[in-house]
Write a protein that binds this ligand. Structure first.
Ligand code: ATP
Ligand code: MG
Length: 279
Protein backbone atom coordinates (compact mmCIF):
# COMPACT_ATOMS: atom_id res chain seq x y z
CA UNK A 1 0.00 0.00 0.00
CA UNK A 2 1.18 3.49 -0.73
CA UNK A 3 2.01 5.56 2.36
CA UNK A 4 0.40 8.90 1.68
CA UNK A 5 1.23 10.74 4.86
CA UNK A 6 2.74 10.07 8.24
CA UNK A 7 1.23 12.45 10.78
CA UNK A 8 2.21 12.94 14.37
CA UNK A 9 0.00 10.06 15.43
CA UNK A 10 -1.50 8.44 12.30
CA UNK A 11 -0.06 6.83 9.20
CA UNK A 12 -2.30 7.21 6.19
CA UNK A 13 -2.24 4.68 3.33
CA UNK A 14 -4.11 4.56 0.04
CA UNK A 15 -5.87 1.28 -0.79
CA UNK A 16 -8.28 0.74 -3.71
CA UNK A 17 -9.10 4.46 -3.72
CA UNK A 18 -9.90 4.51 0.02
CA UNK A 19 -7.68 5.59 2.86
CA UNK A 20 -6.46 3.29 5.60
CA UNK A 21 -5.88 5.39 8.71
CA UNK A 22 -3.62 3.65 11.21
CA UNK A 23 -3.37 5.15 14.69
CA UNK A 24 0.05 4.46 16.21
CA UNK A 25 1.02 4.57 19.89
CA UNK A 26 2.99 7.76 19.28
CA UNK A 27 2.25 10.72 21.52
CA UNK A 28 3.02 14.37 20.84
CA UNK A 29 3.07 17.39 23.09
CA UNK A 30 3.49 20.94 21.82
CA UNK A 31 3.47 19.38 18.31
CA UNK A 32 6.63 17.35 19.04
CA UNK A 33 6.38 13.54 18.86
CA UNK A 34 8.08 11.99 21.89
CA UNK A 35 10.40 8.99 21.38
CA UNK A 36 8.52 6.75 23.86
CA UNK A 37 5.22 5.13 22.76
CA UNK A 38 2.16 4.80 25.03
CA UNK A 39 1.07 1.13 24.72
CA UNK A 40 -2.50 0.67 23.38
CA UNK A 41 -3.01 4.39 22.78
CA UNK A 42 -3.62 4.00 19.03
CA UNK A 43 -6.19 1.25 19.55
CA UNK A 44 -7.97 3.23 22.26
CA UNK A 45 -8.18 6.34 20.05
CA UNK A 46 -9.51 4.32 17.12
CA UNK A 47 -12.09 2.41 19.18
CA UNK A 48 -13.25 5.53 21.02
CA UNK A 49 -13.62 7.47 17.75
CA UNK A 50 -15.67 4.63 16.25
CA UNK A 51 -17.92 4.69 19.31
CA UNK A 52 -18.44 8.45 19.03
CA UNK A 53 -19.04 8.30 15.26
CA UNK A 54 -21.87 5.89 16.01
CA UNK A 55 -23.32 8.00 18.86
CA UNK A 56 -23.30 11.16 16.73
CA UNK A 57 -24.09 9.72 13.30
CA UNK A 58 -27.12 11.98 12.92
CA UNK A 59 -25.13 15.21 13.35
CA UNK A 60 -23.16 14.78 10.11
CA UNK A 61 -21.82 11.94 7.97
CA UNK A 62 -18.38 10.56 8.93
CA UNK A 63 -15.58 9.12 6.85
CA UNK A 64 -15.64 5.55 8.21
CA UNK A 65 -16.23 2.79 5.63
CA UNK A 66 -15.13 -0.22 7.68
CA UNK A 67 -13.32 -1.03 10.90
CA UNK A 68 -12.69 -4.63 9.85
CA UNK A 69 -11.73 -4.46 6.17
CA UNK A 70 -8.15 -3.46 7.00
CA UNK A 71 -4.85 -5.40 6.90
CA UNK A 72 -4.98 -8.04 9.66
CA UNK A 73 -1.93 -6.73 11.56
CA UNK A 74 -3.73 -3.45 12.11
CA UNK A 75 -7.16 -4.67 13.14
CA UNK A 76 -8.24 -2.57 16.11
CA UNK A 77 -6.05 0.41 15.37
CA UNK A 78 -6.98 1.04 11.72
CA UNK A 79 -10.07 2.14 9.83
CA UNK A 80 -10.87 2.14 6.15
CA UNK A 81 -12.31 5.54 5.29
CA UNK A 82 -13.35 7.79 2.43
CA UNK A 83 -10.59 9.90 0.97
CA UNK A 84 -11.77 13.45 1.51
CA UNK A 85 -10.72 16.81 0.28
CA UNK A 86 -9.80 18.24 3.68
CA UNK A 87 -10.99 21.69 4.76
CA UNK A 88 -7.92 23.65 5.77
CA UNK A 89 -9.39 24.95 9.03
CA UNK A 90 -9.18 23.33 12.46
CA UNK A 91 -12.72 23.40 13.81
CA UNK A 92 -12.67 23.87 17.56
CA UNK A 93 -15.53 24.18 20.02
CA UNK A 94 -15.00 25.39 23.58
CA UNK A 95 -17.43 25.14 26.45
CA UNK A 96 -14.87 26.00 29.14
CA UNK A 97 -11.86 28.29 29.22
CA UNK A 98 -8.49 26.50 29.14
CA UNK A 99 -5.25 26.15 27.23
CA UNK A 100 -4.71 28.48 24.29
CA UNK A 101 -8.30 29.78 24.66
CA UNK A 102 -7.53 30.96 28.20
CA UNK A 103 -4.27 32.58 27.07
CA UNK A 104 -6.05 34.42 24.27
CA UNK A 105 -8.79 35.57 26.65
CA UNK A 106 -6.23 36.90 29.12
CA UNK A 107 -4.65 38.98 26.34
CA UNK A 108 -7.72 40.84 25.08
CA UNK A 109 -10.94 39.18 26.38
CA UNK A 110 -11.67 37.59 23.00
CA UNK A 111 -11.12 34.19 21.40
CA UNK A 112 -11.29 33.95 17.60
CA UNK A 113 -12.79 37.44 17.62
CA UNK A 114 -15.62 36.43 19.99
CA UNK A 115 -15.91 38.83 22.92
CA UNK A 116 -16.26 37.12 26.30
CA UNK A 117 -17.38 38.68 29.60
CA UNK A 118 -14.94 39.99 32.21
CA UNK A 119 -14.10 37.88 35.22
CA UNK A 120 -13.64 34.46 33.65
CA UNK A 121 -10.91 32.30 35.11
CA UNK A 122 -9.12 29.07 34.30
CA UNK A 123 -11.72 26.32 33.74
CA UNK A 124 -14.69 28.72 33.83
CA UNK A 125 -17.73 27.38 32.05
CA UNK A 126 -18.84 29.64 29.20
CA UNK A 127 -22.49 30.68 29.08
CA UNK A 128 -22.69 28.83 25.77
CA UNK A 129 -20.15 26.91 23.68
CA UNK A 130 -18.22 28.95 21.12
CA UNK A 131 -16.68 28.11 17.75
CA UNK A 132 -13.00 29.11 17.82
CA UNK A 133 -11.40 28.03 14.54
CA UNK A 134 -7.67 28.09 13.91
CA UNK A 135 -5.41 27.77 10.91
CA UNK A 136 -4.23 24.27 10.07
CA UNK A 137 -0.47 24.41 9.88
CA UNK A 138 1.74 21.68 8.38
CA UNK A 139 4.15 20.01 10.85
CA UNK A 140 7.30 22.06 11.37
CA UNK A 141 5.69 25.19 9.97
CA UNK A 142 4.78 26.81 13.26
CA UNK A 143 1.66 26.47 15.39
CA UNK A 144 -2.04 26.84 14.67
CA UNK A 145 -3.35 30.37 15.19
CA UNK A 146 -6.82 31.66 16.00
CA UNK A 147 -8.80 33.06 13.09
CA UNK A 148 -12.17 34.78 13.17
CA UNK A 149 -15.40 33.43 11.77
CA UNK A 150 -15.16 36.06 9.02
CA UNK A 151 -11.73 34.62 8.09
CA UNK A 152 -13.32 31.17 7.74
CA UNK A 153 -16.08 32.62 5.58
CA UNK A 154 -13.61 34.23 3.24
CA UNK A 155 -11.57 31.01 3.08
CA UNK A 156 -14.39 28.53 2.36
CA UNK A 157 -17.45 30.69 1.60
CA UNK A 158 -20.37 31.59 3.89
CA UNK A 159 -22.38 28.38 3.35
CA UNK A 160 -19.56 25.99 4.16
CA UNK A 161 -18.47 28.19 7.08
CA UNK A 162 -21.96 28.08 8.59
CA UNK A 163 -22.09 24.30 8.21
CA UNK A 164 -18.62 23.88 9.78
CA UNK A 165 -19.73 25.91 12.76
CA UNK A 166 -23.04 24.09 13.10
CA UNK A 167 -21.45 20.63 12.99
CA UNK A 168 -18.62 21.57 15.35
CA UNK A 169 -20.93 23.08 17.97
CA UNK A 170 -23.46 20.27 17.66
CA UNK A 171 -20.77 17.58 18.05
CA UNK A 172 -19.47 19.42 21.10
CA UNK A 173 -22.89 19.98 22.73
CA UNK A 174 -24.02 16.41 22.23
CA UNK A 175 -20.65 14.95 23.15
CA UNK A 176 -20.35 17.12 26.25
CA UNK A 177 -23.78 16.06 27.47
CA UNK A 178 -23.10 12.35 27.00
CA UNK A 179 -19.66 12.63 28.63
CA UNK A 180 -20.98 14.64 31.58
CA UNK A 181 -23.53 11.94 32.34
CA UNK A 182 -20.51 9.62 32.66
CA UNK A 183 -18.44 11.83 34.91
CA UNK A 184 -16.23 13.49 32.31
CA UNK A 185 -16.19 17.15 31.32
CA UNK A 186 -15.16 17.83 27.75
CA UNK A 187 -13.74 21.33 28.02
CA UNK A 188 -13.05 21.72 24.31
CA UNK A 189 -12.55 19.65 21.19
CA UNK A 190 -11.11 19.89 17.71
CA UNK A 191 -12.70 18.26 14.71
CA UNK A 192 -11.47 17.96 11.16
CA UNK A 193 -13.80 17.89 8.19
CA UNK A 194 -13.47 17.20 4.52
CA UNK A 195 -15.67 17.27 1.47
CA UNK A 196 -16.98 14.22 -0.41
CA UNK A 197 -19.35 14.66 -3.33
CA UNK A 198 -20.24 18.17 -2.22
CA UNK A 199 -21.07 17.16 1.37
CA UNK A 200 -19.11 17.95 4.53
CA UNK A 201 -17.93 14.79 6.24
CA UNK A 202 -16.28 14.41 9.66
CA UNK A 203 -12.77 12.96 9.29
CA UNK A 204 -9.84 11.86 11.41
CA UNK A 205 -10.75 11.18 15.06
CA UNK A 206 -13.68 12.28 17.22
CA UNK A 207 -13.84 13.45 20.85
CA UNK A 208 -10.71 11.61 21.97
CA UNK A 209 -8.22 12.63 24.67
CA UNK A 210 -5.85 13.64 21.85
CA UNK A 211 -8.32 15.98 20.18
CA UNK A 212 -10.07 17.25 23.31
CA UNK A 213 -9.56 18.38 26.89
CA UNK A 214 -11.11 15.87 29.26
CA UNK A 215 -11.53 16.64 32.97
CA UNK A 216 -12.75 14.53 35.79
CA UNK A 217 -16.20 16.01 36.60
CA UNK A 218 -16.35 15.11 40.30
CA UNK A 219 -13.20 17.13 41.03
CA UNK A 220 -14.13 20.12 38.89
CA UNK A 221 -13.77 23.58 40.51
CA UNK A 222 -13.81 26.76 38.39
CA UNK A 223 -10.59 28.75 38.90
CA UNK A 224 -8.60 25.65 39.79
CA UNK A 225 -6.50 23.54 37.47
CA UNK A 226 -8.70 20.48 36.87
CA UNK A 227 -7.60 16.87 37.04
CA UNK A 228 -6.94 16.15 33.43
CA UNK A 229 -7.75 12.83 31.80
CA UNK A 230 -5.80 13.59 28.65
CA UNK A 231 -2.23 14.31 27.71
CA UNK A 232 -2.09 17.48 29.77
CA UNK A 233 -0.56 15.09 32.28
CA UNK A 234 2.45 14.76 29.97
CA UNK A 235 2.66 18.50 29.41
CA UNK A 236 2.71 19.07 33.18
CA UNK A 237 5.35 16.41 33.65
CA UNK A 238 7.52 17.98 30.94
CA UNK A 239 7.07 21.45 32.45
CA UNK A 240 7.99 20.25 35.94
CA UNK A 241 10.77 17.78 35.16
CA UNK A 242 12.29 19.14 32.00
CA UNK A 243 12.71 22.80 32.61
CA UNK A 244 15.57 22.77 30.11
CA UNK A 245 13.50 21.48 27.18
CA UNK A 246 12.72 24.26 24.68
CA UNK A 247 9.80 22.32 23.12
CA UNK A 248 11.62 21.66 19.87
CA UNK A 249 12.55 18.16 18.59
CA UNK A 250 13.86 15.81 19.72
CA UNK A 251 11.41 15.42 22.59
CA UNK A 252 12.43 13.73 25.86
CA UNK A 253 12.08 10.02 26.67
CA UNK A 254 9.11 9.40 28.99
CA UNK A 255 9.91 7.47 32.19
CA UNK A 256 8.06 4.21 32.79
CA UNK A 257 5.73 5.43 35.58
CA UNK A 258 4.71 8.43 33.46
CA UNK A 259 4.00 6.13 30.50
CA UNK A 260 1.82 3.95 32.73
CA UNK A 261 0.01 6.94 34.29
CA UNK A 262 -0.70 8.31 30.81
CA UNK A 263 -1.91 4.95 29.49
CA UNK A 264 -4.21 4.51 32.47
CA UNK A 265 -5.86 7.86 31.73
CA UNK A 266 -6.60 6.82 28.14
CA UNK A 267 -8.04 3.53 29.43
CA UNK A 268 -10.09 5.32 32.10
CA UNK A 269 -11.61 7.68 29.53
CA UNK A 270 -12.47 4.79 27.20
CA UNK A 271 -14.07 2.76 29.99
CA UNK A 272 -16.02 5.62 31.54
CA UNK A 273 -17.40 6.85 28.23
CA UNK A 274 -18.26 3.58 26.51
CA UNK A 275 -19.10 1.59 29.63
CA UNK A 276 -16.99 -1.29 28.25
CA UNK A 277 -13.89 -2.75 29.86
CA UNK A 278 -10.64 -2.22 28.00
CA UNK A 279 -9.49 -5.88 27.72
P1 ATP B 1 -2.94 16.58 14.49
O1 ATP B 1 -2.21 16.24 15.74
O2 ATP B 1 -3.30 18.03 14.39
O3 ATP B 1 -4.13 15.70 14.26
P2 ATP B 1 -1.51 15.43 12.22
O4 ATP B 1 -1.78 16.11 10.92
O5 ATP B 1 -0.10 15.05 12.44
O6 ATP B 1 -1.90 16.43 13.32
P3 ATP B 1 -2.58 12.72 12.35
O7 ATP B 1 -3.86 12.44 13.05
O8 ATP B 1 -1.34 12.10 12.87
O9 ATP B 1 -2.54 14.27 12.34
O10 ATP B 1 -2.66 12.33 10.81
C1 ATP B 1 -3.82 12.12 10.12
C2 ATP B 1 -3.83 12.96 8.85
O11 ATP B 1 -4.81 12.43 7.95
C3 ATP B 1 -4.21 14.41 9.12
O12 ATP B 1 -3.43 15.24 8.29
C4 ATP B 1 -5.68 14.46 8.72
O13 ATP B 1 -6.05 15.74 8.29
C5 ATP B 1 -5.73 13.46 7.58
N1 ATP B 1 -7.04 12.80 7.39
C6 ATP B 1 -7.79 12.21 8.34
N2 ATP B 1 -8.91 11.67 7.80
C7 ATP B 1 -8.86 11.92 6.48
C8 ATP B 1 -9.72 11.62 5.36
N3 ATP B 1 -10.85 10.93 5.52
N4 ATP B 1 -9.36 12.06 4.14
C9 ATP B 1 -8.21 12.75 3.95
N5 ATP B 1 -7.34 13.05 4.95
C10 ATP B 1 -7.66 12.65 6.21
MG1 MG C 1 -5.09 14.29 13.63
Amino acid sequence: MELLHSGKVRDVYVDRGDLILVASDRVSIYDVVLPTPIPDKGKILTQLSLWWFEQLSDVAPNHVLSATDVPSDWVGRAVRCQRLNMVMVECIARGYLAGSGLKEYEKDRTVSGIALPEGLREASRLSEPIFTPTTKVAPGEGHDEFITYADVESQVGPDVAAELRRITLEVYRRGEEIARSRGIIIADTKIELGVHGGTLVIADELLTPDSSRFWSADEYRPGETPRYLDKQFLRDWSAAELTGWDRTPPGPEIPEQVVEATRSRYVEVYERLTGDRWR
